[in-house]
Design a protein around this ligand. Structure first.
Ligand code: HEC
Length: 175
């Protein structure tokens, strides 16, 4: 039994030394210009979904569905999000194209199917190990809900909000 435990301890130490060497010898990829490996993608998505299931608010959006809140959402989006997630033409900026986890161009890959609480959580807290920032220190909760409202209704906006959305300039980087 003692020998068995000593064997397990030795294997554990060897694994730690191996992991340490992997990191300090520069074998762990640090570059952003490669597609993420399948294991990394799996672990990141699994942990994000598990966290969302536990933490994302379940109730309805506390801000009312009206022009005022939708247009506020569009303006916040133009100022904080468009550089990574694009305008109505869904043409990615150079910044978006260079990020390691590619930000979806939301006019093309929209999140209208996601519950608003899920979008709220992602914008409020950000998504670790991706370029998706947390806005908890810079936007109010109401502003984050206005963003979630706009993103939920992005494909079926009433005329005034649609006009504001179509006026957000393309983010495609001039060449
Ligand atoms: C610096 C770039 C950057 C900025 C600015 C940014 N995001 Fe993101 N965002 C990302 C990236 C990268 C992802 C993808 C993360 C992943 O792969 O899980 C993402 C993911 C998301 C998602 C999830 C998309 C999906 O398909 O599940 C939403 C919603 C989102 N962002 C909304 C916003 C909003 C709203 C803002 C502005 C308040 C914003 N983002 C600002 C980079 C950015």
């Amino acid at each position: 039994m003692k020998q068995f435990l000593a064997g397990i301890a030795a294997a554990g130490i060897a694994a730690l030394v191996g992991a340490y060497a992997f990191v300090v010898l520069g074998l762990m990829p640090a570059n952003a210009d490669a597609p993420p490996p399948a294991l990394e993608r799996w672990a990141a998505h699994k942990s994000l979904h598990a966290t969302l299931a536990r933490e994302a608010p379940k109730g309805p959006n506390p801000v009312a569905l009206n022009d005022e809140n939708l247009i506020a959402g569009v303006k916040l989006y133009a100022a904080n999000c468009a550089i990574c997630h694009g305008a109505a033409d869904a043409a990615a900026s150079n910044i978006a194209l260079g990020l390691y986890q590619k930000p979806p161009q939301l006019a093309k890959d929209d999140v209208t199917d996601d519950p608003e609480g899920v979008t709220y959580w992602k914008v409020y807290h950000g998504i670790r190990m991706t370029g998706m920032p947390s806005f908890s220190k810079t936007l109010t909760e109401t502003q984050v809900w206005q963003l979630a409202l706009f993103l939920k209704h992005m494909t079926g906006l009433p005329p005034a909000a649609k006009k504001a959305w179509l006026a957000v300039p393309s983010q495609k980087t001039p060449s």
